[in-house]
Design a binder for this molecule. Sequence first.
Ligand code: C2E
Ligand code: CA
Ligand code: CA
Length: 277
Amino acid sequence: AGGNRMQVFSDEMRVSVHERIAAEQRLREALAGDREQTLPVWFQPIVSGETGQVVGAETLVRMRTPEGKILGPGAFVPAAEETGLIVPLGEHVLTMALRHLVAWRDELGYVSVNVSPRQLAEPDFVPLLAGLLARMPGLNPARLVLEITETALLGSSADVQQRLEMIKSLGVRIALDDFGTGYSSLTWLQSVPADVVKLDRSFVAGLSADPRKSSIISAVLWLAQSLGMSVVAEGVEEEADWHALVAAGCPAIQGYLFGKPVPPAEFAAAHLHRSRM
Ligand code: C2E
Ligand code: CA
Ligand code: CA
């Protein structure tokens, strides 16, 4: 019996190791190519709760395979984090996000960018960020928001804490991503100098039909606002949930109801045309 179990286990291991090596290889090739083509950066609108007007956008990376297939981040971001390739990948995403922020200067309030724990742990991260901002004179750094998850704080918390303070001193804003999914959300709220809280889809979806969910949302909104933080509710797909969020006073909303992540040209055509002459 022991032998059989061993066999099953090692077969599963082999598959996952094989997949991981394939993912790493794909990623190396994509990073070596024309990154704008191989690692396109897409944008999803974030809207004002009350008016539905676009106030910002989240930057979400994709991979285009040599066959032209588009892969979501789930297919390569974990491998990027394990191998450290998240550092060049993250720099590429940040560069693209800032470039679009400059191009959409008068039409889009802010752009947010996901920063993985591994990136934040990199001693060169803050100098890199400062360097990129210095190359964009006239850009208000508060128009850049870095989204971090709770796992970024595990481990070297003193270093990370200090790094977050340095990021803030550059004028860049910080958002707590996936809020409510971790183990220590309240500790997190207490210790991170965040400007924005992003409520995870898992407790936003179906909110209008679930009194417990809406009580939790109301309480988190109150808490965030008392701490001077703004709130974005993620993953809003249903009109009823949108209305419930507005009734609870949620200032900003993101979700398929208002737009899926799309390539930059499509984003501009669909969401930024209002202010075009
Ligand atoms: P996330 O940061 O929580 O991003 C939100 C995810 O939810 C995105 O998936 C988005 O497409 C999806 N989403 C948005 N609205 C809805 C909705 O109404 N319904 C549903 N079902 N889903 C919605 P995506 O683009 O597949 O990204 C997945 C994750 O990959 C992100 O989760 C983020 O953790 C990571 N990621 C994406 N881009 C980057 C990046 O440039 N750097 C890093 N480090 N991570 C990234
Ligand atoms: Ca995010
Ligand atoms: Ca999220």
